[in-house]
Design a protein around this ligand. Sequence first.
Ligand code: DGL
Length: 273
Amino acid sequence: MPIESMHPIGVFDSGLGGLSVLRALRAELPNERFVYVADSGHAPYGERDDEYLIHRSGTISRWLQHHHQIKALVVACNTATAAAIHVLRAEHPALPIIGIEPALKPAVAKSKTGVIGVMATPSTLKSEKFQRLLASLQDQARFVLQPCPGLALAIEQFDAIKTGAACATFTRAMGTFGIQTGDIDTLVLGCTHYPFAEASLRSGTGHEVHYLEGGAPVARQTRRLLVKANTLLTIEPSNSGRIDFHSTGDSRTLALAAERWLGIADTVHDLEI
Ligand code: DGL
């Protein structure tokens, strides 16, 4: 087994949302170590332009490589993936880089009514990458696109009132949810923060609607790329399951979220980059 197998996997998001991807990564790859960066000091990303997103993604990726010698990078943010993944891949050609995109293809396979709701940040929905994906599937279903400005920030701030109000406004704007003809029966959560608002979203959509998030497919793809690179950890090292948390914002908020949502009570380090 190459020595590189012992190195951690880097994971980053604009903030807390990437924890929904980290949860899936830990389930799929229980032996691996992870370094998680929440760029909460610069969140939300969802209304930023490409130049800014490329700059932040590049800064975080370089820090993960130089300080942690990561063996793979997971961009646990739909917005950063859409704007910057091609630049990251060009800058680090030898590093396996896994991004996340709204789960439109699985939604087409899942939907019975053929009406699919997509909630995401304004930047993701406007991006060329998303528009290409949409165009490739447009003849197979009707997609109801809903930009959700402010929702990721409300979740980031643990603001239950704002989160509830935003979920109510956005689900109402999308139309009728359910399993009858013409109803939206499948909802794509196209931002990694949104799974943490599921209870509020359910108030607007009801319980019959199928929700799709991208964490599990990303975790499976990460495993595939590690196998291909021959860097998957096949033994359980003594520091297995360890996660190094770093936040460019309030580290206590990340600690609280990791404990509440993932049941992990690890130390969070302040990061100034
Ligand atoms: N969690 C991110 C995503 O998946 C971005 C949220 C934000 O910072 O606006 O798009």
